[in-house]
Ligand binder design. Structure first.
Ligand SMILES: Nc1nc2c(ncn2[C@@H]2O[C@H](COP(=O)(O)OP(=O)(O)OP(=O)(O)O)[C@@H](O)[C@H]2O)c(=O)[nH]1
Ligand SMILES: Nc1ncnc2c1ncn2[C@@H]1O[C@H](COP(=O)(O)OP(=O)(O)O)[C@@H](O)[C@H]1O
Length: 227
């Protein structure tokens, strides 16, 4: 079997992690794991951890480290035969250390996007809450204005994406991400991409991954939903 590939994508809110993760998953056949989707699935399924997580999310807080690691790490351990890309985890140094003790990461992508760009993108971000599908009125608009392409259901705009909330989310990201980024830098696996357009950053990420992911593993792996 080809060597498995494990990667993490980091970046402030609106930096394009979800958008780029989807492209990577499609192009390289990695399984895209999103911590936010996983938390929402646990909430929907009423698991113990999901019920607990909900009380934090409702208050606009991060879910505590021990809950997140209890939710995610056993799942990662089960994915012994899949290459994956994790989006949204680790968010704290404690999470990064817990992840370290579970698996050896091959690569970390860090997105470095100017504040003005983030503000503009998020003020234009519309979400289909049931599926997590994300639209942007300029960049990837829905086919019918205000409606999800697949289900036709209405799209919503998160209060969290308004500029007032964004400043606080950004500050929190910077404070929490700094030690994680330093950790991955010291391990020699950090790759930072800066810019204002996903379409301009993408070719660099694409060519980096083309040199790192053996072509056989691109065909050996398949997309599966998060268990
Ligand atoms: N105008 C523009 N919008 C973009 C670009 N790349 C992504 N977007 C949009 O910007 C918004 C944020 O992108 P996401 O992929 O959701 O970003 P994220 O980093 O996953 O965001 P969080 O889930 O908040 O952490 C979405 O509405 C995207 O459609 C770009 O290059 N230009
Ligand atoms: N790694 C994590 N650590 C703590 N909380 C998390 C983590 N990942 C997701 N969450 C919780 O789930 C929520 C939704 O996550 P996500 O979809 O990444 O959206 P957002 O961009 O709004 O943070 C977060 O706001 C947070 O409360």
């Amino acid at each position: 079997m080809a060597k498995l590939f494990r990667a993490v994508i980091m970046g402030p809110p609106g930096s394009g992690k979800g958008t780029i993760s989807e492209r990577i998953a499609q192009r390289f056949g990695l399984t895209h794991l999103s911590s936010g989707d996983f938390v929402r699935e646990n909430i929907a399924a009423n698991t113990d951890a999901g019920v607990l997580a909900k009380t934090y999310i409702e208050r606009g807080l991060l879910v505590p480290d021990h809950v997140m690691t209890r939710l995610l790490l056993p799942r990662l351990e089960e994915m012994t035969r899949h290459s994956w890309l994790m989006d949204g985890f680790p968010r704290t140094l404690a999470q990064a250390k817990a992840l370290n003790s579970t698996c050896d990461l091959d690569l970390v992508i860090s997105l470095n996007i100017p504040y003005e760009t983030l503000k503009d993108r998020l003020s234009d971000r519309w979400i289909h809450p049931a599926s997590g599908r994300v639209y942007n009125m300029g960049f990837n608009p829905p086919r019918v204005q205000g409606r999800d392409d697949i289900s036709g259901e209405p799209l919503i705009h998160h209060d969290d994406d308004k500029p007032e909330a964004l400043v606080a989310r950004l500050r929190q990201y910077k404070d929490l991400a700094k030690p994680i980024i330093n950790l991955y830098k010291s391990k020699g696996i950090l790759h930072t991409f800066s810019g204002t357009d996903t379409d301009r950053i993408w070719p660099y990420i694409n060519s980096l991954l083309s040199t790192k992911i053996p072509s056989t593993s691109q065909t050996d792996t398949q997309r599966i939903p998060m268990p």
